[in-house]
Design a protein around this ligand. Structure first.
Ligand SMILES: Nc1ccn([C@@H]2O[C@H](COP(=O)(O)OP(=O)(O)OP(=O)(O)O)[C@@H](O)[C@H]2O)c(=O)n1
Ligand SMILES: C[C@](O)(CO)[C@H](O)COP(=O)(O)O
Length: 234
């Protein structure tokens, strides 16, 4: 299975002086944890890191100290996650029929989750890892007034990996450019193109490290995981 890792962000919400994926948590960089999980996932055979060229040396230095046996390609990122993934798709090997797309910032995903998504994408055109929402969610207008409360039973928090048929995803990304769609995950492009996207049960610990508080949570999870087995958590 081919894996694209969007890693070209600027980490505004983290407030760091560098790409947040270079920050350390539990003695390794975020990108290192993500790459080690991909390495341990038997289903992954190729890795494309979508990143800004100014980060390539730092990333290569980190990788040199990891035991990664799988081929890694560096792909230039764009100004948005959507643009970065678009670039990543163009750089996939010609024989890639399916692809998993996984945020570099989701460094706690387990190898089991990669493998579950890699298996599931062989049987559907698109999927996302996701978990049921635990909070009651409100739709709120610009003035801070609640407009509605969606039925929580139907609400899931999207994670990554997200998996897709490559040909269809390239078509949906191209349509997104034509239509000027701005989306925060790739599944939204499939949805707008009317293509079914399936849910694969994600992991409660598969958080996207976005703010400094998330770093502290990731530190707790990794130190707690060290005592456990590190298998896929429901
Ligand atoms: N132009 C971009 C923006 C984001 N990403 C990647 O998409 C993932 C999810 O994005 P996010 O967590 O929002 O990262 P940032 O965009 O860096 O964060 P912020 O929005 O706070 O700047 C991250 O692994 C990030 O590196 C990317 O590849 N290209
Ligand atoms: C793709 C994603 O992780 C699904 O929850 C999320 O949409 C990424 O959002 P970001 O603003 O690019 O971090």
């Amino acid at each position: 299975m081919y894996l694209l890792i969007p890693a070209a962000g600027s980490g505004k919400r983290m407030g760091a002086d560098r790409n947040k994926l270079l920050l350390q948590v539990h003695s390794k960089s975020l990108i290192a944890w993500t790459l080690l999980a991909a390495e341990a996932a038997s289903s992954i055979s190729w890795i494309g890191i979508i990143s800004q060229p100014h980060d390539w040396e730092d990333f290569k230095g980190i990788i040199a100290n990891l035991k990664i046996s799988k081929p890694i390609e560096f792909i230039s990122g764009g100004s948005t996650r959507q643009e970065s993934v678009y670039n990543g798709l163009q750089a996939l090997p010609a024989n890639a029929n399916q692809v998993l797309i996984h945020d570099g910032a989701r460094c706690l995903a387990t190898p089991d989750l990669f493998n579950a998504c890699a298996e599931a994408i062989l049987h559907c055109p698109g999927l996302i890892a996701a978990v049921p929402v635990k909070d009651t969610i409100k739709v709120v207008d610009a003035s801070g007034i609640i407009q509605s409360t969606p039925d929580r039973e139907q609400l899931w928090a999207a994670q990554t990996p997200q998996g897709f048929d490559v040909k269809l995803l390239k078509q949906c990304h191209a349509e997104g450019v034509r239509q000027g769609w701005e989306v925060t995950d790739d599944a939204a492009l499939f949805e707008r193109c009317g293509i079914e996207v399936r849910i694969v049960m994600g992991e409660e610990t598969n958080l996207k490290v976005t703010t400094p508080q998330d770093l502290a949570i990731a530190e707790f999870i990794l130190s707690h995981r060290e005592q456990g087995t590190g298998n896929r958590e429901q």
